[in-house]
Structures are given as C-alpha cells and as structure tokens.
Design a protein around this ligand. Sequence first.
Ligand code: EPZ
Length: 430
Amino acid sequence: MEQYVIKGGNPLVGEVEIGGAKNAALAILAASIMADETITIDNLPNVRDINVLLGAIEGIGAIVERTDAHTVKINGSTISGMSVDYEYIKKIRASYYLLGALLGKYKKAEVALPGGCDIGSRPIDLHLKGFRALGARVDIQHGLITAEADHLKGTHIYLDKVSVGATINIMMAAAMAEGKTIIENAAKEPHVVDVANFLNSMGAGIRGAGTDVIRIVGVEKLHKTEYSIIPDQIEAGTFMFAAAATRGDVTVKNVIPKHLEATTAKLLEVGCEVEEFDDAVRVVCAKPMHHTQVTTLPYPGFPTDMQPQMAVILGIADGTSTVTESIFENRFKYVDELTRMGANIKVESNIAIITGVEKYTGARVSAPDLRAGAALVIAGLAAEGITIVDDIYYIERGYENFEEKLASLGAQIEKVSSEKEIQKFTLKVS
Ligand code: EPZ
C-alpha cells in the first residue's frame, strides 16, 4: 500500500500543465467501440480508471493499441462479446458507458451493476429509463443489467434529475437509433459537450449539447476519427485551490478558463487574485482568505467534484463558511480526517458548517475517495508539520503524476510504500 508523505508550509509557485479530462475520456473511450474503423484518441490522461476501462474494452474483443502514454487507437470491428466482465465494473463505475455504446451499435449489452467511489447512493435508473424509452428491454438479474432491442427507435426523453452519466449513455445509444431523439433536462457539463463533439466527428448527428435540450438524429454507421480530449477542469481546479491554500502563485496551463468559472468565482470571493489567459489561469493568494457560502450544483454551478477541496480552503479562511452538497449525500467523509488536522467543521445533513482555524497541523489521514483524497493532500501542503495520506489508490484513479506535479511547484511531497520510507522522508525534511 502506498502513501503520500508531505511536509507542509511551502507556498506553491510556478507553472503546471493539466492533462485530458478523465470523465470525458471514460465516455469517449467507450463510444470509440461504436465504429468498425480505427479511432485515435489523444490527450488521454494516464490514470488508473482509464487503464481499467481500456482493459474492459480489450476484454470484449476490441483492438486497443496504446501508442504512447496519452494516445490510444481503438478498433471495434473485432468485438466478439457484448458482456462486460464484473472485474472491471466493480473497479470503475464508468464502465456503464459500455452499456449505451454496445446497445447503440449491436442492440445488445450485458454489464454488471456498477461500483466506483462511495460518495452516496448512485442509482442508474435514469440511464435505464432512457434505454427503455428507446425501445430496449432492460432487465436486472443476479447483479447483471441486460439491455436488448430488435430496433432502437428515436423518442422524447425527459430526465427527472440532471445526470451526466444518463445524458451521455442515452446520447450514445440514440446516436445509432432510428430517427430523432430529444433529451430534455440534459446535463450541460463540458464533458457532455466533448462526448457529443467526438461522436459527431465519427458521423453522429447530435445538436444542442451544452444546453438542456439535446437533439440526436440517429445514423446507421459511425466512422473513424482522430480526436483530442478537453483539459480536465477538476484537475485544474485542484491545483488552483492548492495554490490558494498554500498562499502561492501558480499558473495552471492547458485549460479552458470558461470551464473554470465557478471555481474562479469562489477563489475571488475568498480574496485570491485570478488572472485569465487564453489557455491558462494564474492564481495568486498572498492575503488571508475570507469565509463564503458554496452550494454544489450541476454545471455551470459549482462542481461537486471540487467540494472537498473548497472545504479545505474554507477551513483556514477567516470566519464561518457553509458548504452545501446537493448532488451526492455521502460526500463529507473526509471531514473526520480533516478534523484530525485541526479543522473545525460540523456537518448537519447536507451542509458543512466550517469555522476557519489559523492553520492545519500535520496528521496521518486516509483518502476516503478520489476528490476527498486530493483535498487532504492540499490540507497537508498547507499544514504545519508532516502529513501522511493513506489509501492514495483513490487519488491515482484520477490524477496523473500528482506528487510530481506538486513537487515541481515546490511542494515537499513523496510517494512511499513503507514505514521506513516515511521515516527517511521525515529525517530528510526536518
Ligand atoms: C459523474 O458521475 C462523474 N463521474 C462524477 O465524477 C461527478 O461527481 C458527477 O458526474 C457529477 O458531476 C463520471 O463522469 C465517471 P450523475 P455520475 O449521474 O454520472 C442522481 C469524480 O470524482 N442520479 O450526474 O454518476 C445521482 O444519484 C466523480 O470524478 C439518479 O438519481 O453522476 C446524483 O444525485 C465521482 N439516477 C445526480 O443524479 C440516475 O440514473 C447526479 O449524478 C443517475 C443519477
């Protein structure tokens, strides 16, 4: 088991390059199997979840050729099975995208009910409602979802709740259905738009992605394409908040500043300076930060995937702040860990009431999930003394070379795998 060991207190200073968006890439990789020609995908983040999904895609018989760490070629013409192994599904929730992709292309798919980060109850009823509306017979038995149709027929679907996953999954299946599908109350996240752009580059007829009504005219075949994934707004936001927490000065490069507006707005509210360039943002945070209120909402609202990082910032800002989590009910699992580092946080239902403390103090903590894990690293970078973050497996699901990127900004952080290495690090930095 590996850990991050961190000696806090260094302001982060310098430039950092952001990779491709994990959550866009997961859907795009699944959608790649829908053509019988070779698809080339670039700006792929080299993180654990991506590698697991590529394993699942190979597992159903597609040809997967990783030409370098950030580029892959996928050819779906050799797919021999429509059943995705549970081994993959239990590791990554996003393997459910193979349901929409296989159903769209072959009118048949079999995928186990998904696992993923434990951040609350994560039903997939809306995905299944969409498949049924398109004419598929959907059955769940022995932990397996089977979706099958003689023909998929375009239809009008209203999503009762804004869901990224359901919007993308239905969009994929509808891309190869007969006729026109309209998805209402669709998610507007940048990665929904990226998946639509990708499918359109394969010949799909999708209009309106990025608004709450998506219109899809089904096509019979999708063809080859070369596509580059958008930058990861959550990785970018995480580095922006790490700069703020450490009172640093960091330029986050290879981003789309428009996608970061909610994150930027909160940094401005707490008193940091944010300068926007064409494809970069610079965060400077020299003065003490102030309290504020945040509520997570679907895009363009403040992202739930930035909620733990925001709480870490507010934990060392002046006054009392509130963080309301409106998307996932179990996303405050890091609060007890942060309290061990000196934070003063009380959770009442879906609201965290945070009274700022002067500083965090280093402690041994465990990452409860991907984003909360990254948030604890930020707390460690801002803390006095040594912090050890256990269970960094979660962090590696979504952040590529996290410790190397932070170290290049001046952080004292190392990935270790034994108590001996922790002691060695402690001796070195003290
Ligand atoms: C995606 O999850 C992301 N995962 C999550 O990223 C992210 O937190 C989330 O969107 C919200 O932005 C991937 O893209 C792989 P949803 P997803 O469907 O699609 C309810 C990370 O850290 N809902 O938009 O599963 C659901 O319970 C992660 O990278 C239903 O009720 O989220 C939630 O309250 C973790 N029925 C809300 O909708 C459904 O059928 C939004 O969930 C589907 C969802």
